[in-house]
Write a new protein. Structure first.
Length: 226
């Protein structure tokens, strides 16, 4: 009897969770998509991702290679690190001078931060020493306007994501975490849709499809009303 109970317990523990049930040939509203994805649970807090596939965009033309920051109403739910390049900040003038000719250390520093901001007085030096390594990552520092409080700029960037169109006609960005409410995710999605439309030369005409997914889920195709 005890052996039978143990086998039943083992079978329960090894039982596979049901797969997501939805028609992959259809498109869904944001609300419908969130309900479908809400049934897909894992033993960790998954991220919500938006994936855009684009059309009629010539990436050989520099003007079509887009890099833009988008401030999300509710942030991503992830920790966003902003490096302050200033004599009162994380990276000082003396630090930049020491970095000259040391690409390994420069690349290591760049990986530690999602965004950089810099005193205007240091921008030329940053460009000379770090520019060739910052530019390919889209992390060239934003200059701090005169009399602006860096704390306010940092707070804004900590709620931001970066979208980039470089070598492939796609955009992939994180727009939230499972810990957030459906309404927060919805408002973040709406903001990204609006900003992507504004960033593209021909707006929504160049968007072939938009998908919403979680880290480990199947993508759900959105019915977007532009």
């Amino acid at each position: 009897m005890e052996k039978e109970r143990n086998e039943q317990t083992a079978n329960i523990g090894s039982a596979k969770k049901p797969k997501m049930q939805f028609d992959k040939t259809k498109t869904y509203t944001i609300e419908e998509s969130l309900k479908i994805l809400g049934e897909h649970k894992k033993n960790f807090s998954q991220s919500y991702d938006l994936v855009f596939t684009l059309k009629n965009i010539n990436l050989k033309m520099p003007e079509n290679k887009i890099s833009r920051e988008i401030v999300l109403p509710h942030g991503t739910g992830n920790e966003i690190k902003v490096g302050l390049i200033s004599n009162d900040g994380d990276i000082k003038e003396a630090d930049i001078k020491k970095l000259e000719g040391n690409p390994k250390v420069i690349k290591k520093i760049i990986k530690q931060y999602d965004f950089f901001i810099s005193d205007t007085s240091l921008m030329t030096m940053v460009g000379k020493v770090m520019g060739r390594y910052l530019a390919p990552t889209g992390r060239m520092p934003k200059p701090i306007p005169p009399k602006a409080d860096p704390k306010n700029i940092i707070a804004m960037l900590q709620k931001s994501i970066r979208i980039r169109i470089k070598d492939s006609p796609t955009i992939h960005c994180i727009i939230g975490k499972e810990m957030m409410t459906e309404n927060q995710i919805k408002e973040n999605i709406e903001t990204v849709l609006k900003e992507v439309k504004a960033a593209l030369p021909k707006g929504s005409e160049q968007v072939k499809s938009v998908y919403l997914k979680k880290t480990m889920s199947s993508p759900v195709k959105l019915a977007v009303k532009w």
